[in-house]
Design a protein around this ligand. Structure first.
Ligand SMILES: O=C(O)c1ccccc1N[C@@H]1O[C@H](COP(=O)(O)O)[C@@H](O)[C@H]1O
Length: 216
């Protein structure tokens, strides 16, 4: 079981996520988000991440100039594209930067599963998230879950992560229903938007690992 904790905003939060056992730590580069990270602050925030933990940069329909600045920090191992990027754009980003790319896809109904294969053909990983409401400011990080039965028994040609409204309380059931081997959380481990709750991060990782062991 691999856990990603996203929307971290300080070195203390990154350290706590690592100590809790996260396999991925994520920073959000999206100004409307309460978890937004500036490029200069990211360099310092990720200065001493332990070896073996993947550092993820989350962007939303970012242009090349923004991605150049983020990748130029030389701090990231994985790019998470969380906007309306097409499969062509995913392929372009992957080849321009030579970093693995994880494409986030929002689902709410069976018909939304249809596009996933075209992204699996170009992305290194997929992140299956809840589809945000039409009037949402953020395309993710809304603490919104989808009906996990939609993807029960599904698998794709590349590794995938389950996200959307996960919490220490529900992640076990989500793993049991979907068979996810990787899970991602942001708002479910916060004390308020943009501020992580260190005890909830640890509880989340414990619950995810317990469900994976129970499943094995
Ligand atoms: O967290 C954000 O602010 C955010 C902003 C823009 C796009 C995605 C964002 N977060 C990602 O959304 C999912 C689910 O989050 P949550 O656990 O439901 O709060 C997760 O991948 C976050 O990384």
């Amino acid at each position: 079981m691999r856990v990603k904790i996203c929307g971290l905003r300080s070195r203390a939060e990154v350290r706590a996520a690592a100590e809790a056992g996260a396999s991925y730590v994520g920073l959000v580069f999206f100004p409307p988000s309460p978890r937004n990270m500036t490029i200069p602050d990211a360099r310092w925030t990720l200065e001493d991440v332990p070896e073996g933990i993947a550092r993820v940069a989350l962007t939303v329909d970012a242009d090349d100039e923004t991605l150049d600045a983020i990748v130029g920090l030389e701090r990231f191992d994985l790019l998470q594209l969380h906007g309306a990027e097409t499969p062509e754009r995913v392929a372009q980003v992957k080849s321009r930067y030579g970093l693995p790319v994880m494409k986030a896809l929002g689902i709410a109904e069976p018909r939304h599963l249809g596009v996933i294969d075209s992204y699996a053909a170009v992305a290194d990983q997929l992140l299956i998230d809840a589809r945000p409401p039409r009037d949402a400011t953020l395309p993710g990080g809304n603490g919104l879950a989808f009906d996990w039965r939609l993807i029960a028994g599904q698998d794709w040609d590349v590794p995938w992560m389950l996200a959307g409204g996960l919490t220490p309380e529900n992640v076990g059931e989500a793993i049991r229903l979907t068979g996810a081997r990787q899970v991602d959380v942001s708002s479910g481990v916060e004390e308020r938007p943009g501020k992580k709750d260190l005890a909830r991060m640890a509880a989340f990782v414990r619950a995810a690992h317990a469900a994976a062991v129970a499943d094995a």
